[in-house]
Write a protein that binds this ligand. Structure first.
Ligand SMILES: Cc1cc2nc3c(=O)[nH]c(=O)nc-3n(C[C@H](O)[C@H](O)[C@H](O)COP(=O)(O)OP(=O)(O)OC[C@H]3O[C@@H](n4cnc5c(N)ncnc54)[C@H](O)[C@@H]3O)c2cc1C
Length: 448
């Protein structure tokens, strides 16, 4: 059995970040094990036989890190397109630009009035500390915006009771309220370009997955072991066993597997509190539906949020507006639909696809007889939910794992939605390698 200084489980962007940094530092020796026959994890893309490329849900590329920017520049280079975001909300038969609260002037007067009254009441209300995400929404946005958009949309996308969620993760993920700004935009009818992703890029070729493929192409292929499913991690002997019987020993293990799965794989002296902790991590699932259509794209938008219950989906992306190379040629376009689900919002896949097509037809976004490609992919991990008590649980679990040389990082390995995008994930991989090799403190996945 080989024993390596660093073993990486998973070739998503976190695993790629770790492998990239190890290669850049000139070692030590490492190996990346991935269950699928491709790299990229959730950031991979899939091509249908009809020539349409779809991603695992709407993905756009933006970054908080100069290091990540340099990696993208070195690997993708000019083979990417940059867009100024066009994101909208469809509500009550109206198109409203995102973020909702900054575009109240696009609402019918009665709805805008309700929002404004709610905001004034909320700002006059003595601030008590909200106990959960629902209370935070009500206290921050007031009853109008909460009722119309924030509550129904968040209930749909998280597919969990908002009372079970914390709000400490919000940071730049949700646009909050600046009352003066809201009034200014309402009166002067000014559009806003809020948000870290108001300008985003997207690979020219290969869908969003073009990014992971380009990064992997810059690395030594001999380091990658595809179609190897980790089945057991012996924490005492520091050995990973794979489903096919192969074993590898490690000094340091960077795991990007979903944390509850990693905890299930642990073998050896593991306290029951750690072994059982996996069941407490809440997540939603997602059905992504890709539709390749004959005709001209009916909109120049990038994506649209759908908070209302009559629409089964929470978001529709006009994917062919990201890159012309995700469709087989002129005269075709593609839509990517996301439906979040969970035991709280069960899903009948076949009915959901049928309902989706019917609703998109009603909206004038496609004609059923012009659909030339239909792709659907279920994801059993989509959003790691920031549930109440998450950080204390994470501290306990990481305390045990890290004392045994196991670093669980990434969107589901680290279970911090607020640092779960591609750039964050890649940097978690980079930074954990710097910690292992040089003792440097991690910033992205800093302890809380
Ligand atoms: C719906 C959705 C939308 C998103 N939108 C964006 C966006 O707009 N912009 C953005 O930057 N990011 C976005 N992301 C995040 C991005 O797709 C990745 O999830 C993120 O980069 C995390 O990567 P990761 O490597 O931590 O995890 P993953 O991508 O989940 O990679 C983990 C890897 O581990 C492998 N694995 C699992 N079990 C085993 C096993 N037993 N043995 C071996 N291998 C195993 C998996 O196959 C996978 O390749 C989105 C994610 C989702 C789900």
């Amino acid at each position: 059995m080989t024993r390596l200084p660093v073993v990486i489980l998973g070739a998503g962007l976190t695993g790629l970040g770790a492998a990239y940094r190890l290669a850049e530092r000139g070692g030590p020796e490492c190996a990346v094990y991935e269950q699928h026959g491709y790299v990229g994890g959730h950031a991979a893309s899939f091509r249908t036989p009809e020539g349409f490329t779809f991603d695992e849900g709407g993905h756009v590329l933006f970054s908080h890190y100069p290091y990540f920017d340099r990696v993208v520049e070195r690997t993708l280079g000019p083979r990417r397109l940059t867009h100024r975001r066009e994101s909208w909300i469809w509500i009550g038969g109206h198109w409203v630009r995102y973020p909702y609260q900054e575009h109240l002037f696009q609402l019918p007067p009665a709805l805008a009035y309700e929002c404004l009254c709610g905001l004034l009441e909320a700002s006059a209300d003595g601030r008590r500390r909200p106990a959960n995400f629902r209370e935070w929404i009500e206290a921050s946005f007031g009853r109008g915006i909460a009722r119309q958009f924030m509550l129904p949309y968040n209930e749909k996308v998280w597919a969990h009771p908002l009372e079970a969620m914390d709000y400490g993760w919000i940071g730049e993920r949700v646009a909050t309220i600046d009352l003066r700004q809201v009034l200014r935009r309402l009166i002067f009818r000014e559009e806003s370009q809020w948000g870290p992703n108001n300008v985003f890029s997207y690979p020219l070729e290969g869908g969003f997955g073009g990014l992971a493929s380009a990064i992997a192409a810059a690395l030594d292929p001999a380091r990658f072991h595809l179609r190897r499913i980790a089945a057991r991690v012996d924490v005492d002997r520091r050995i990973v066993a794979f489903r096919d019987g192969h074993e590898v020993g490690y000094e340091h293990l960077v795991s990007t597997l979903p944390l509850p799965l990693l905890l299930r794989l642990l073998d050896g002296r593991v306290p029951a509190s750690v072994r059982d902790a996996g069941g407490r991590f809440l997540r939603n699932r997602l059905l992504a539906i890709g539709l390749g259509v004959r005709g001209e794209c009916p909109s120049s938008r990038h994506w649209v949020y759908f908070p209302e219950p009559q629409y089964p989906f929470n978001r529709v992306t006009f994917l062919s507006n990201y890159s012309p190379l995700v469709v087989p040629g002129a005269g075709t376009y593609s839509l990517l639909v996301e439906i979040a689900f969970s035991p709280h919002r069960p899903l009948d896949r076949r009915a959901a696809i049928e309902d989706t097509v019917a609703r998109l037809e009603d909206l004038g976004l496609l004609r059923r007889d012009r659909i030339v490609s239909l792709w659907a992919k279920g994801m059993s991990y989509a959003y790691p939910i920031p549930f109440l008590g998450r950080d204390a649980l994470l501290r306990e679990v990481h305390g045990f794992l890290e004392a045994r040389g196991i670093y669980s990082r990434g969107r589901f390995g680290g279970w911090r939605y607020e640092v779960g995008n591609s750039d964050h994930s890649f940097m978690q991989g980079v930074e954990v390698v710097d910690r292992i090799l040089a003792g440097r403190a991690e910033e992205t996945y800093a302890a809380r």
